[in-house]
Design a protein around this ligand. Structure first.
Ligand code: NAD
Ligand code: IPM
Ligand code: MN
Length: 349
C-alpha cells in the first residue's frame, strides 16, 4: 500500500478551518482507494510571527522538503501583521524556493452551480508563472516620507522562466482543445511584455497544432466575464495570472470554489496545493468558510501524486454535493457549515 507524507500549513483565518475540513474527505478517499496519508502539521502563521518574530523557522523549507506534498490553507492577518511581511515570510518563499514554477488554477462550473453569469458552460485552465515577474521583490523606496519619495518595483522576466511556463502552457493546450491564450500588456509595457510575446512566437513555431491568441490583460479580463466559453488554456505572468484567477473564481461561483496547484514539474521538490482564496478575516472563526476550493486542491494533489482514480472520485463526490446548493455554505446561498460540507463529500465517496 502506498503511503504519502503530507505537510500541512493551515496558516491563518479560514485557512485553519478549510484544511481541517479537507482532511475528512481525504481520509475517506484514501481508505476507499487503498493508500494512506500521514500528515504533519506546521503552525507557521501570523500568530507564530507575533510570538517569535518569524512566519516560519530558518530551516522551514528543509523541514518541508522530505514530504511528498504540501497542503496550505491561507496566509495573512493584515490587522496585526502587514501582508508584505507575512506573505514574503511564508507563502512566496515556498513557491520560489521549491521552484514551483507552474501555478495551475482551473475554473469551471461544478454540477448544480450556475455562477453569477448563468450562461454557457466554460472550462478555463489558468497557467500562472509562479516564481518571478512582478513578484520578484526587487526594488526599494528612497526619501521615504518626503515629497521626493520614489518607490520602484522591478519586474524581472528571465528567458529560462518565460520559456518554461509558456512551454507548459503549449503542452496543456495540446492535451486539451489546442487553443492557447497568452496574456500580456505589451501595448504599455514595452520590455518585459514584448519579450513574453517574442518567446510566445518562437514557441508557436514548435507547436503548429496549437492556435495561439494574444490578449491584453484588460481585454481578457472582460472576456472572462462576457465570453468565458471562448477560452481554454490561459498562460500569464505571476501578477496577471493572480488577477485572472480571482475573476475565474468569481465566474465559477465565488472564491470558495477556486483551487490551485503550485507545481514543481521537475519533481525535485514537493509541490504545494492550496485554495486561491485568502484568510477571509471577515468570516474567520465562524465555521462557515466554503471548503470546496481546498477539497478540489486535494484532488489536484492526488492527481499529482499519481492517484488518478482517487482524484477523479473525489471530484465526482464534490459534484454530487454541489448539485444541491442548499447544502453548501452561506456564500453559495446554503445553510451548511465548513464541516457539514466536508462530511457530505466524504459520505458521497
Ligand atoms: P480573501 O480571499 O481572503 O477574501 C475575499 C472575500 O472572499 C472575503 O469577503 C471573504 O469572506 C470571501 N471568501 C474567501 N474565501 C472564502 C471561502 N472559502 N468561503 C467563503 N467566502 C470566502 O481576500 P482578502 O480579503 O483580500 O485577503 C485576506 C488575507 O488573505 C490577506 O492577508 C491577504 O493577503 C491574504 N491572502 C492569502 C492568500 C493565500 O494564502 N494564498 C490568497 C489571497 C489572499
Ligand atoms: C494567491 C494570493 C497570493 C498571490 C498573495 C497572498 C501573495 O493572492 O495565491 O492568489 O498573489 O499569489
Ligand atoms: Mn490571488
Amino acid at each position: 500500500m502506498s503511503e504519502y507524507s503530507l505537510a500541512l500549513i493551515p496558516g491563518d483565518g479560514i485557512g485553519v478551518d478549510v484544511v481541517a475540513a479537507a482532511l475528512v474527505p481525504l481520509e475517506a478517499v484514501a481508505d476507499k482507494h487503498g493508500f494512506s496519508v500521514r500528515h504533519t502539521s506546521f503552525d507557521w502563521s501570523c500568530a507564530r510571527y507575533l510570538e517569535t518574530g518569524a512566519m516560519m523557522p530558518d530551516d522551514g523549507l528543509e523541514q518541508l522538503s522530505s514530504h511528498d506534498a504540501v497542503l496550505l490553507g491561507a496566509v495573512g492577518w493584515p490587522a496585526q501583521v502587514p501582508d508584505s511581511v507575512s506573505l514574503h515570510g511564508l507563502l512566496l518563499p515556498i513557491r520560489k524556493g521549491f521552484d514551483q514554477y507552474v501555478n495551475m488554477r482551473p475554473h469551471l462550473l461544478l454540477p448544480g452551480i450556475t455562477g453569477p453569469l448563468r450562461k454557457s458552460e466554460f472550462d478555463i485552465l489558468v497557467i500562472r508563472e509562479n516564481t518571478e515577474g512582478e513578484y520578484s521583490g526587487a526594488g526599494g523606496r528612497v526619501h521615504q516620507g518626503t515629497q521626493n519619495e520614489v518607490a520602484v518595483e522591478t519586474a524581472i522576466f528571465t528567458r529560462a522562466a518565460v520559456e518554461r511556463i509558456l512551454r507548459y502552457g503549449f503542452e496543456q493546450a495540446r492535451s486539451r482543445s489546442g487553443r492557447l491564450a497568452s496574456v500580456t500588456k505589451s501595448n504599455a509595457q514595452k520590455h518585459t511584455m514584448v519579450f513574453w510575446d517574442d518567446v510566445t512566437d518562437e514557441l508557436a513555431a514548435e507547436y503548429p497544432d496549437v492556435t495561439v491568441t494574444r490578449y491584453h490583460i484588460d481585454a481578457i479580463a472582460a472576456r472572462f466575464v462576457t465570453h468565458p466559453e471562448t477560452l481554454d488554456v490561459v498562460v500569464a505572468s505571476n501578477l496577471f495570472g493572480d488577477i485572472l484567477s480571482d475573476i475565474g473564481a468569481a465566474i465559477q461561483g465565488g472564491l470558495g470554489f477556486a483551487a490551485s496547484a503550485n507545481i514543481n514539474p521537475d519533481g525535485g521538490f514537493p509541490s504545494m496545493f492550496e485554495p486561491v482564496h485568502g484568510s477571509a478575516p471577515d468570516i474567520a472563526g465562524q465555521g462557515i468558510a466554503n471548503p470546496i476550493a481546498t477539497i478540489w486542491s486535494v484532488s489536484q494533489m492526488l492527481q499529482h501524486l499519481g492517484e488518478q482514480a482517487a482524484a477523479a472520485d473525489l471530484l465526482r463526490a464534490l459534484g454530487t454535493v454541489t448539485a444541491t446548493p442548499a447544502r453548501l455554505t452561506p456564500d453559495c446561498g446554503g445553510t451548511g457549515t465548513t464541516d457539514t460540507v466536508a462530511a457530505q463529500v466524504a459520505a458521497a465517496l
